[in-house]
Design a protein around this ligand. Structure first.
Ligand SMILES: [Zn+2]
Length: 222
């Protein structure tokens, strides 16, 4: 089986990559540059993670028009990334409208073109509250659309849909045949080299490591 994976270089998608490799899938990584504040750090992490896994260099899809046309504080054109927990309403300012719909559409077309049967997204339960295009109803509807659009050749898989970040990490650290390089991953939303440890994305990641009693191997600015 061949899977095209949206690999951001973050904790979830890097674990997802390990998950498929452990199952014996052929993984084709793709990554996006859409003008987010953290894109250049994400893209570097994505390349490092793919190299660690011995994969081909990730296909870089350039969607920089999103930065100019879309409204979100995640983008370079937006206001500062809010700090605090994901459950705080302020984090809603980091929604990039319909991002996963756009990403998945492109990945689906690419998957069909290279005879891959599956496209996969690293969405998880912690995203549901804030991000509408990470919810189960969206993923189910997306799968129907992708199947219809590709005449049944490509389907959507999102195995972490109901996982917390802690559960993803626990699973990733227990993969029998693959080591996920968490020290190479990038989670922070801010436009700075070292992760901030304060934005919703960092807070959720730190909580996941704390839940497992494991020290996060990346460096933080605080
Ligand atoms: Zn951060």
């Amino acid at each position: 089986m061949k899977v095209v994976l949206a690999l951001s270089g973050g904790l979830d998608s890097s674990t997802l990559c390990g998950y498929y490799l452990d199952k014996g899938y052929e993984v084709i990584p793709v990554t996006f540059n859409y003008g987010a504040k953290h894109n250049r750090y994400e893209n570097e992490a994505c390349i490092a993670v793919a190299r660690h896994f011995g994969l081909s260099a990730p296909v870089l899809l350039d969607l920089k028009f999103i930065r100019e046309l879309f409204r979100s504080d995640l983008l370079l054109s937006g206001s500062a990334v809010p700090e605090g927990h994901y459950t705080d309403q302020s984090m809603a300012a980091t929604v990039v409208p319909a991002r996963n719909l756009i990403f998945a559409s492109i990945v689906a077309g690419y998957a069909d073109s290279i005879d891959a049967e599956v496209i996969s997204l690293g969405v998880h339960g912690g995203d549901h509250h804030i991000y509408p295009d990470c919810r189960p109803a969206f993923v189910s509807s997306l799968n129907t659309s992708v199947m219809l659009a590709t005449d049944g050749k490509v389907r959507v898989d999102a195995p972490f849909l109901y996982y917390t970040k802690g559960e993803i990490l626990r699973m990733g650290m227990a993969l029998p045949t693959v080591r996920v390089p968490y020290e190479m991953t990038r989670t922070c939303y801010k436009d700075q080299l070292l992760s901030c440890g304060k934005c919703g994305s960092c807070v959720e990641r730190l909580e996941a490591f704390a839940e497992l009693g494991v020290t996060d191997p990346i460096k933080y600015a605080v």
